[in-house]
Design a protein around this ligand. Structure first.
Ligand code: GTR
Length: 340
């Protein structure tokens, strides 16, 4: 289910689920605090996370949950489920739209299929570096993108770091020409397919959890990701050739179901929104540390690493993709350019 087009049954289901989350309705605490943080129903929510517990996005989720708990004086609990226990990203996003899972942290990659605006992040080489990404994300235009998700049944709460994505393969990979004819796993969205085609490769969309075995058995020749995912998923074991072309910078996003969000008091919304924003800095610090650690670890494991120094052939190759989406994303692309 991609759009807000919820069926009647789904709406009823959500209503039951959401009211079931508030413990007992009559459990409203009274009077302890004039500010009201102690007052209101108690909730236990779930947050779905694809990465393991020690990964920087999961650490960000945990910080977020901790701040929400503290600031609601224990009324709002968000239990983080790491390692894709609640499902792979695309399925999780659908569940969050329905309100069956309340929160998630996902990549903006799969979000492109749920909200047109979010496709912009999959366009190659639109950001110069990480600093540029963050100037955009935390600026007016980046922050307002979080609210545009409402028409997709979601509410964006904040952004997390995810560095840049580069190709890696089970076969030797030292230049753009080596991608020709390769079957490359991509995050499921149509922009990624167009990019692979422009590079002379063929994009194979599949969930993250299937990439390791697909590389191992030769179902795919290559995949692409950032250092932390390359390392923590152990893809480097089965695809030990890394080409640092940094073709995309696809940020992570923290989401809540709009059906859940709309049932919360303004005060609880405020607590949750602020906690999400306040968890960003911590996540970015954890990201920086883990990015370095994972780079060191894959180097130590003997991965062949080639750094692209001339990006022009790469930019030229993917230019038709940018050109074909330029009009659709003109406003956001202008804002990205202006945020440098
Ligand atoms: C990672 C991202 C995950 C997932 C994964 C993928 O960088 O953090 O959420 O999207 O990439 O390639 O599927």
């Amino acid at each position: 289910m991609k759009n807000i087009n919820l069926s009647f049954i789904a709406i009823i289901l959500v209503a039951i689920l959401v009211s079931g989350c508030a413990s007992g309705g009559g459990n409203t605490q009274t009077g302890e605090s004039a500010s009201g943080a102690n007052e209101g129903p108690t909730y236990t929510f779930r947050l779905a996370e694809a990465h393991p517990a020690d990964y920087p996005t999961t650490k960000g989720d945990m910080k977020f949950a901790e701040l929400v708990k503290e600031r609601s004086n224990g009324r709002i609990t968000i239990d983080v489920f790491p390692s894709a226990q609640l499902g792979e990203e695309k399925a999780v996003i659908e569940q969050v739209q329905l309100g069956a899972i309340e929160f998630t942290r996902v990549s903006t990659g799969p979000m492109a299929e749920f909200s047109k605006n979010f496709g912009v992040f999959s366009l190659p080489y639109i950001f110069d570096n990480d600093e540029h990404v963050w100037k955009f994300l935390l600026g007016e235009s980046g922050m307002s993108l979080l609210d545009t998700l409402q028409s997709s049944g979601l509410q964006g709460l904040g952004w997390y770091s995810s560095g840049s994505r580069s190709f890696y393969s089970s076969k030797p990979l030292t230049g753009i020409e080596d991608l020709k004819g390769k079957k490359i796993r991509v995050i499921e969205n149509k922009l990624n397919l167009a990019i692979m085609e422009a590079l002379g490769a063929s994009g194979t969309p599949m969930p993250y959890g299937e990439v390791y075995s697909s590389l191992q058995t030769g179902v795919i020749d290559a995949a692409e990701n950032n250092y932390p995912s390359y390392y923590s998923s152990k893809h480097y074991e089965v695809a030990p050739h890394l080409l640092l072309d940094h073709h995309q910078r696809v940020p992570e996003v923290l989401l809540v179901s709009k059906t859940v969000w709309d049932k919360l008091s303004e005060e609880d919304q405020g607590i949750i929104r602020q906690a999400a924003l306040d968890s960003i800095e911590y996540q970015r610090e954890e990201w920086a540390k883990y990015e370095k650690e994972s780079e060191d670890a894959v180097r130590a494991a003997g991965v062949t690493i080639t750094e692209v120094t001339d990006f022009q052939p790469w930019k030229d190759a993917v230019k038709p993709v940018i050109d074909s989406y330029r009009e659709e994303y003109r406003e956001i692309l202008d804002a990205i350019e202006a945020s440098k």
